[in-house]
Design a protein around this ligand. Sequence first.
Ligand code: AMP
Ligand code: MG
Length: 395
Amino acid sequence: MFSTAEAWQAILAHAPRLETIPVPLVAALGRTLRVDARADLDSPPFDASAMDGYALQRASLAASLRVVGESQAGRHFPGTVGPGECVRIFTGAPIPAGADCVVKQEDASREQDLIRVQRTGVPDYIRRRGENRRAGEVIVPAGTRLGPPELAALASAGLTRPEVARTPLCAHLVTGTELVSPDQTPIGAQIRDSNSTLIAALLQQTGAELAGLAHARDDLAGARIVAEALPPHDILLISGGASVGDHDIARPLLAALGYTLHFQAVNLRPGKPLVFASRGHQLAFAIPGNPVSHWVVFQLFIGPLLRHLQTGRAAAPELLTGRLAAGCRLPPPDSRHTFWPCRAALSGGAYELTPLPLASSGDSSGLVGANALLPVPPPPASLAAGQSVEFILCP
Ligand code: AMP
Ligand code: MG
């Protein structure tokens, strides 16, 4: 049986590199840039005024100066400023030929076409061509997550189709003869399928696409037909039937589909019978059907894998430190590494962690509020209110 760390390494070892595609600017929000973005022009592209005022020659400051024209943002003064002359200028407008400084309008008095300068500042109030960025310089390095400021920087460099990893495509095969859809009322031994919704929402939150969803009964031949009809995908998620019971079909199904199984159990509670497999560039997971197992396995492995495919960062979940707001019922003694779903909230700048009162890993409404996992290594030690603990904050 693999440890969680060994399982993560096995997953990474088989993770494909998704192709790079160009996407429209705002569609790239939250995605990771694959190639360095460089400035195509100097910024600013010309010497520009930093103030509203007058552009002139510093040498002619003592005398009164004749206003010979105007330079606006977007419309430059076509002539040359000579001695004893100035040009009315506005912020962002090109500095006219001949001028070597700008006097702020507050520091000059004007009567018709003449100005007198009352005070000259040391700064010349000129934003020099290229002082922000030279053409060819990297403005957004590869590996950067594209937020609004980065998208605006790309727009300013004319890069309207940033290169990012294509969206990972997932197919979800939900197995279980007992399952009915959420809009049906279960009869007898039936239960409602909540994992389809859980997985669809988790995929959306992670930036992956649910390319196909299908349901199969616990019957290998039938499930194979359903699985083979799924649309193209990078990752196949099979819910339920991952264990070794008589009606657990996920492992033989993966084998029948041509997948190679890399692990079939992880030293983990809940989620131990997790199966990981690959077929060429495609990956597959068979996830034990209990809703809490689904959530935990997604947080520990599938979510980090999907983020890795999109960002290139192979980060396992990071540990933060917090304080237990309430005691945690100890899991029964077991050699497995337990991950207990919790609610983490900031209180006075520090995290407080409330373990959820789950009845069992089948308790799907017991997950309500979950946004963190508390690792409890074996053998489970005391978890008392007030105790400092390390935990995983789930996105
Ligand atoms: P399995 O892993 O198939 O043995 O299922 C373990 C438990 O999870 C059983 O009680 C199933 O009824 C339940 N279960 C399986 N699939 C789902 C699902 N899609 N939604 C809710 N519960 C499920
Ligand atoms: Mg089942």
